[in-house]
Write a protein that binds this ligand. Sequence first.
Ligand code: B12
Ligand code: SF4
Length: 500
Amino acid sequence: MRVALINPRFRLPIDTRTTAHLGLAYLGAVSERRGDEVRIFDADIEEQPLDEFISEFKPHVVGITANTPQVKQAWRHAAQIKAVHDVPIVIGGPHPSVAAEDLDFESARQPGIDLVVRGEGEETWIEICNRIEDFMRDQEDYSTQALMDPSKHVWEGIEGISYQTSDGELHRNADRMAMADLDSLPWPAYHLFKMHKYTNLQPATDHVDGARSFSILTSRGCPYRCSFCSQSIMPIKWRSRTPENVLAEWRHLVEDLGAQEIGVLDDSANIRKKRLHELADMLIENKLNHVPWIFVNGIRANLADYELMSKLKQAGLKRTAFGVETGNPEILKGIDKNIDLDTIRQAFKVCREVGLETIGFFIIGLPGETREAMQDTINFAIELNPLIANFSMMTPYPGTKVYADVKQHGRMLIKDWEDYVFFEQKARYEMGEVTADLVEEMYRKAYRQFYLRPSPIIRRLSTKDFWYNLPRNMRIARRTFVPKAEKTDLRRKIEAESLA
Ligand code: B12
Ligand code: SF4
């Protein structure tokens, strides 16, 4: 079959880097293994209009990915496609996977969407493709309308899907179990992407733009459930690939694709330390440790001991992130992170001792925070002194505990899924002492207090990346440090509505 996979266009309101979509790379790989002809259309980097691409390629099935801010664009893309070609359209990804808020049905009701895949997608996607292929073979009157006819029972028994049949009835099939054997997956199909068009996710080394930076996923899931974290795709069950399996892909990235840096995207890569020790040994033994790599998303600070971090450093790890979130002990308890400040301090100390660069992720505006608690976070960031301190304004994503709390006890300041991004310097909700004005003020203060100190300024000016990407870096600095008008049109409108 001809399979088209689409990443909807969504530019963040910052100068962000672009990267090949790993979820689509996996779906593309399993489709190719099924024998399909696959094309990936990443609307973020494509120049060709989508309808023209569809009219030329004439796919038998289309898959679109969507996180929360992308979902409306995904629906628009689906409608655009249907206007030129009658094809079943499947949506998947973090947003439509939130069945707790009926967000699977929200997408299933959209005129362009036929099927919604909840959670991890590879196995479900292949079952969908098999059913479509069987149906096309058997039915002379093949059309999407016929596929969604309830009397044909095409979709019954496929776990992990939701859909609306042509009689208007909504269906939610049983959940699918987490994939048990991650080693059985093929490697992400990077050859389907126009790799030269991407910058990269996060520079570990200076100015490695373009195809030379790759991502890898060595484990899936996270056994924790922090109150703010949107975990709809990856089940609570943490599963990992064997070190041998990861090594083989790592070698492919370095030796076949010429990777100059690698970003490990796992949610919590160090849940089993023994596995990482083994992987590190293999990278060293196989002389793959000359290519720098980073933990992009944060590893657990309670499992980052000296032995592990020094071994990983020898294996090529250059930088690691930690989700610190807050510097206030009470708030830290309240977000179910299951960690304390001293453990975080210890992890940063270990990294300094072994010579690893660090990234700290911090949140301003967590529920229950006061001005003092937010200041604790800023002070803690300065005390830990990571190379990069990333402060986000708390954005309550649907399906999280914070979202449920705000819906019940607070006030959302955004109504449109397209505003669910957290780089816009605008508060997203108010609850108790967490007011928009306070959060916005403290967010800007966090960046100023952290970065406008001599050591971060000198550190930044001494990186090649700063000078290489000077215009971009100056734009980011201007956006971050120069205060903008506080009240947006959107917020005024919402406030006027709630006053009326
Ligand atoms: C790397 C990453 C990024 C990168 C790259 C994003 C990308 N193009 O993939 C960058 C830094 C750009 C980024 C940005 C943002 N991200 Co991000 N990101 C991630 C991260 C850490 C890994 C993504 C990944 O590769 N996962 C592994 C692959 C295999 O999984 P996947 O892509 O989800 O795909 C699987 C399933 O979802 C499903 N699936 C997905 N699409 C489809 C489509 C079909 C048809 C089917 C059948 C199945 C299917 O099958 C896939 C294979 O199993 C995830 C956390 C996570 N655990 O996934 C957060 C995550 C996706 N990001 C998140 C957020 C909030 C954002 C931002 C909105 C943050 C912001 N700045 O405001 C932006 C939005 C950017 C944008 N343009 O849309 C949230 C999404 C929550 C939500 N409800 O949408 C996540 C889940 C983090 C979290 N736990 O809160 N992100
Ligand atoms: S923030 Fe990190 S530790 Fe917490 S649930 Fe999300 S991925 Fe897991």
